[in-house]
Structures are given as C-alpha cells and as structure tokens.
Design a protein. Sequence first.
Length: 397
Amino acid sequence: MKRTGWIGLGSLALLACMLPVLAGAANPPDPAPGSPLVAPEGPYVVKKGDTLWGISRDLLQDPLLWPRLWETNSFITNPHRIYPGDQLAVPGKDLAPAPPVAEAPKLAPPAQTVEAPKPPPPAAPAPAPAPAPPVAAMPPPAPVAATPAPAPVAAMPAPEPAVPPASRHAMVCSPGLVPEQKVDSVGIGTLVKSAEERLMLSMEDRVVVGLDDNHAVKKGDQFLVARTGRRLINPRTGQSAGRVLYAVGLLDVTEVQARVVQARVSYSCGPIGLGDRVIPYAPLLFPDDKTPQPARRSVSGVIVDSLRGEQLMGMQQMAFVDVGADQGVALGDVFALRRPNLPAPMQTGVFLPMPSDRLGDAVVIRVVERSVTVLLTSSAREVRVGDQAILSHQIAP
C-alpha cells in the first residue's frame, strides 16, 4: 500500500512538471521583432495608416503587387481611400476556413441551454440534444458567408479606373512633347558652369545659370532642367508629333545678380550637363484626392511612341498620346487603351465588324497643348505604337 501511494504521488508530480511544457506547445511564441509578416489565414483588417502599397509589401512581400490586392477586393472603388475596419481578402489565400474558426466561440449557446434547463430532472437530457442542432445547422451558412470571395475573380476581366501615380519622381521627371516650331524657344536660360568645374552634375552640386533676358527671378525660385531629345512621328498622320523634352532635374535659386543666377541641384532625374536649358518650375498638383468619373465627351487619340522608343509597352512604362489640353484633357484623366480587329468575313460575303481588344489603362501625368504623357497603370496585353487611346474617365467633366 505504501509503494502504491508513492507511485501515485510521483505521477502527480510528473504531470505538474509537464503542464508548462504542454502550455508552451499550445501557445507558440510570438514572432521575433523585425521578422516579416505572414499573410493571415482570414481577411486582413485595415488599420489606421494602412495603404494597399504597404499591405502588399508586408503580406505579399512585393509592394508592386497592390493591383492584385485591389482587384481581389472589388468593393474598393478608390485605392487611395481604404478605411480602418475594412476586411481585405489576400490574393492566393483560401478564406473558406475563416468562418468555421470564428464559430468556436459559439459554444456559448450550450451555456445558455444549461442555464435554461435548471428545473429538476429535464435539465440533464436537455443539454445533450440542444448543442447538436446548432452545430449541425451552423456549417451550411459558413460557405454562404465565404461565397463573396469568387466575386472579385469574376470582376477581374473588367479593370477599375487606373490608379493615379502621385510620386514626386513621376511628377518631376515625366517628359513631354514640344512642337517643332517651339524647340528653339524652350526655357529662359542655359546652365553654363558648375562650381567644381564638373561636366556632369547631380544632387547638391552648385551651378551657374545664364538668363537669356532680364527675367524676374528671385532667391528661392525653382528651375526645371530640361533637354530636347529625338523627333517623334505620328503613326496616324505620318507627320512630326514634336520633339521629346526630357526633364533631368530641379534647381533651387540661391543668388541672383542681373542675368547671372547661382543655384543648387535639389533633385536629379538623371545626369545633368552644361548646356541644358532651364524652365520656371511650378509643381504639378496631382488630383489624388479626387476620383475620376466616366468621361462625358468623346476624345480619341493614338499611342505615338514610348519614352525610350520601345515598340512593346507594359505596366509602369510612359508613353505619348497625340491629344492634349486643346481637346480638354487634364492631369489625372484616364485613357482606355484598345486595339481594333479586322472585320470577319461571312459565307454570304458580308464582313462582320469585330469589337476591339481592351489592352489596359493609362493615366495622364503631364499635359501640353496637343499631346499628353501617360503612365500605363494596368495591362492585359502588350501595348504597341499606334494603338488607340480613348478617354474613359475624367477628373473634371
């Protein structure tokens, strides 16, 4: 009998020692600080300060995948406006298990049923049948709650309006087209010298600008440094569409003496050289606080060329379209890019018109009188020189 008692006490002591170990296994340790986030099994709940760019960076390990996150959550009409509490489906994650997991707390009903049968004998049999019906009845609604997940997949072929790019680089460094007759009159002065006698300049270098005339320039003004590039031919007319005007940097004016201006390179889009022209700079205020509305007028143009002359273009590449401010196009407007198809012949000899192919969307980031610079923000297929650009959404009707 004594040996049996000691054995029992030893078993209890061993069980008490193992409890912390079992508790540690049930509750895995928190992730170490600085470790990458793991995409949640269920919807991601938006917190204050979140952006689609940041969520894609943290959960998908690539910020450039934000369009997938947007397409998966079709209830987001403006990707710049997501709100705390929004539940986002993460691409590539199966959200079906989420509702059953949330059902664990629903063990509360048995607690209520136990309280209800507190009368005498019926209390014992009542709890047994009571939990069974809720457990059997709840799983069917769970798939119904998860069915909205396929909806974004069905909506993917019809992309939403393009996302306005409001980065400083896009606003400063986007090129434009200048008409042939205005090439010689671009700018108000020339970059003539560097303080360190350098030929190629970059950020924080000190430079000297010679003004063409006595222009009203004061300390604190900014100049856009520009360089005239290649001539583009309009594929629709065969005539010159103008010369590319490359933006290569920004200058901050530090001192003015008559027609001699001293300045500092405050932003660089690429190598800046002596002989580049300077243009008074006014920051482009991109209307990223507004949502483009369906276009109320018909404006159609063609893709004249890409920034670097590529024949095939895709997302995040710049291109030129042969319509501009003269046709009412403004900063932030969106073009739908299309490619027409040849009519299909029928046995009767009649040719049946075929609908054009939707290629993607492009948002306007720079506007001049007769042309615009656009950034391709979505693409279903490659875009080519000569493809149609049809105004689909406008900031101001």
